[in-house]
Design a protein around this ligand. Structure first.
Ligand code: 13P
Ligand code: ZN
Length: 233
């Protein structure tokens, strides 16, 4: 079966890097069932891809994200398992294109796999990052249980208490996660409330703890985002 990855080594590399990280998340025990999601901005793309017809109708994002006009993302599919994404990335994820109106997306390849339910947060973060001129292209969300457990202690929800504790325990955390761990108060998964609270803290942190849910990290690429979560966990 043909794939959008055929004869596109750069795109293939990026998708398989997502797959590699997906495998690590599963091996770490941070990806129960469909837990976690990854999106990567793959907009540097050729003209042929731009001409590809959508695999269905345009779907509303739920808000307008002006910096994402005609941007392309590889996204984990909703309800898809990280361990499956690791082996079959194009069956458990898809490539989407953001419409000209910046408020809709279309799935363009390989299959009509609906993107993650956390798309509101992921796309809002990508939009915010592009808007401020950042070269970050990856968002990784996962469920590292030890770190999540700590958010059941109200003391650790206070600003930078957990960051300072982690920095004092493991020197690498300060070296490789120098902006620390931001805390986002509990909000419904997949909601714009969660997205907006995340954006606010993205000013100060590259790794964010979604209280009693999971961690979300941004980086230049998926490996860098994974490394920060790995160092803190
Ligand atoms: P998805 O399967 O929709 O990506 O959801 C997993 C998850 O972790 C939600 O926060
Ligand atoms: Zn989650």
């Amino acid at each position: 079966m043909s794939s959008i990855l055929d004869n596109r080594p750069e795109l293939t590399k990026q998708v398989w890097e997502v797959a590699e990280v997906a495998g690590y998340l599963w091996q770490k025990g941070w990806a129960e069932r469909n837990g976690g999601n990854i999106t990567v901005n793959i907009t540097v793309i050729d003209d042929e891809i731009r001409k590809l017809p959508p695999l269905g109708r345009a779907i509303s994002i739920g808000r307008t994200l002006p910096y994402l006009k005609n941007a392309y993302f590889f996204c984990k599919g909703t309800n898809k398992r990280m361990r499956d994404l690791a082996r079959y990335p194009m069956e458990n994820g898809s490539i989407i294109r953001i419409s000209k109106d910046c408020a809709h997306y279309e799935i363009i390849a390989d299959q009509a796999v609906k993107p993650t339910s956390e798309l509101a947060s992921h796309l809002s973060m990508h939009n915010h990052l592009i808007g401020k001129g950042s070269n970050y292209k990856a968002v990784v969300h996962t469920h590292p249980i030890d770190l999540i457990a700590m958010t059941h202690n109200p003391e650790f929800l206070k600003k930078d208490v957990l960051t300072n504790l982690l920095w004092s325990m493991i020197p690498e955390t300060r070296a490789f996660c120098p902006r620390g761990l931001g805390i986002i108060p509990y909000a419904l998964p997949g909601s714009f409330e969660l997205a907006d609270a995340t954006l606010k803290e993205l000013e100060d942190y590259d790794v964010l703890m979604w209280e009693k849910h999971g961690v979300c990290a941004v980086g230049e690429n998926v490996m860098e985002a994974f490394d920060m979560i790995d160092t803190l966990s």
